[in-house]
Design a binder for this molecule. Structure first.
Ligand SMILES: [Zn+2]
Ligand SMILES: [Zn+2]
Length: 352
């Protein structure tokens, strides 16, 4: 099969790889759709945290937002049969460590992360995957199923921010995760006011149906606009879905005493300053948000029931048949060419 293999910083290309037959408890899946993600950029450059700490080893086939059809099941697989349409969790837990026992699989000490850390991902024609971390996607298109993973990341970030009907919410960063988090905060957690901030009007425009206001921080005063939109109340919870250097200064301008900050964005090599006295004297909670533990079934049913609109973030659909195809899509995402947002790739050519 053909797959994108990363062997070093910026060393990646399509290679001919062996298809791994499914072992006990595993299935073999033909990948139909895979979403290109900002995290991939950090993996390709090896600047992503896991590569800097040495937790993640090379080579790896990246791609953590994928969907496909089961073509073969290994021994002991009972809940899935060939032909099932599925998507798989990024985090694959061991099931035995103290974190797994506590229901915190995203912190599993023996975990792998599909296409991210020590487990091959979906920029490939086939993926061999444990059935225990797989979900059926009945009724959802392959494109939309590939976005269950980022929607799960957004869901977890909103949950970590403790968002509810009494909260005015600021989402920092109108990338795919920020847009999904805004939608989830408004439609699922019924936040009072949802405001999204960023630097690109066309991205902010995508959020207009599920936000109360959008702020372009390049030409608008975030403090003044938040004050106006919230009738002077300010922000109770912030979801940081971008790794900009000034994000904490923006929080300081708008966050009310007792506010919460949930961080799911990666900063890679960017250093973001924070006024720690503001955090202590205002009793602010800062929470990291890793992964998408225990939210997959809920995300899938939210998409199935039409509550969560993942089509909203898709900007392009492109082939993935050559290294050039991959580079073209990657360049398009990083340069935001043609107002790109989420780009869906097809490792087996077909468009569904
Ligand atoms: Zn992603
Ligand atoms: Zn574990």
């Amino acid at each position: 099969m053909k797959a994108i293999v990363v062997r070093g910083p910026f060393q990646y290309k399509i290679e001919e790889c062996e298809i791994k037959p499914p072992a006990q408890g595993e299935v073999l899946i033909k990948v139909e759709a895979v979403g290109l993600c900002g995290t991939d950029v950090g993996i390709l450059s090896n600047e992503m945290q896991y590569y800097k700490t040495g937790q993640a080893k090379l080579p790896i086939i990246p791609g953590h937002e994928w969907s496909g059809y089961i073509v073969e099941t290994g021994a002991g697989v009972e809940d899935f049969v060939p032909g099932d349409a599925v998507t798989g969790e990024c985090t694959v837990r061991c099931g035995f460590c103290s974190y797994c026992q506590k229901g915190l699989p995203h912190l599993c000490t023996n975990r792998t992360e599909t296409g991210v850390m020590n487990r091959d991902g979906g920029y490939a024609q086939y993926i061999t995957f444990p059935a225990a971390s797989l979900h059926k996607i009945n009724g959802i298109s392959m494109d939309h199923a590939a976005l269950v993973e980022p929607a799960g990341i957004a869901m977890q970030a909103v949950k970590r921010a403790g968002i509810g009907p009494d909260d005015n919410v600021l989402i920092v960063g109108p990338g795919p995760i920020g847009l999904l988090a805004a939608q989830i905060a408004k439609k699922i957690f019924a936040a009072k006011k949802v405001i999204i901030s960023g630097t690109r009007d066309e991205r902010l425009e995508r959020a207009k149906d599920y936000t109360d206001a959008a702020i372009n921080v390049k030409n608008e005063d975030i403090a003044e606009k938040v004050k106006a939109v919230t009738q002077g109340e300010g922000i109770d919870a912030v979801v940081i879905a971008a790794g900009g250097s000034t994000v904490f200064h923006d929080c300081e301008k708008v966050l009310s005493p007792g506010g919460r900050i949930s961080i799911c964005g990666f900063f890679d090599s960017t250093k973001a300053e924070c006024s720690w006295d503001f955090i202590s004297t205002n009793n602010i909670d800062i929470r990291g948000s890793l992964g998408s533990p225990n939210v997959w079934s809920f995300v899938i049913s939210s998409i199935q029931r039409g509550i969560l609109d993942v089509e909203n973030i898709i900007s392009h659909r492109m082939p993935l048949e050559s290294t050039e195809d991959f580079q073209t899509a990657l360049d398009m995402m990083t340069s935001r060419a043609d107002n790109s947002c989420k780009i869906i790739l097809y490792p087996n050519g077909e468009k569904r």
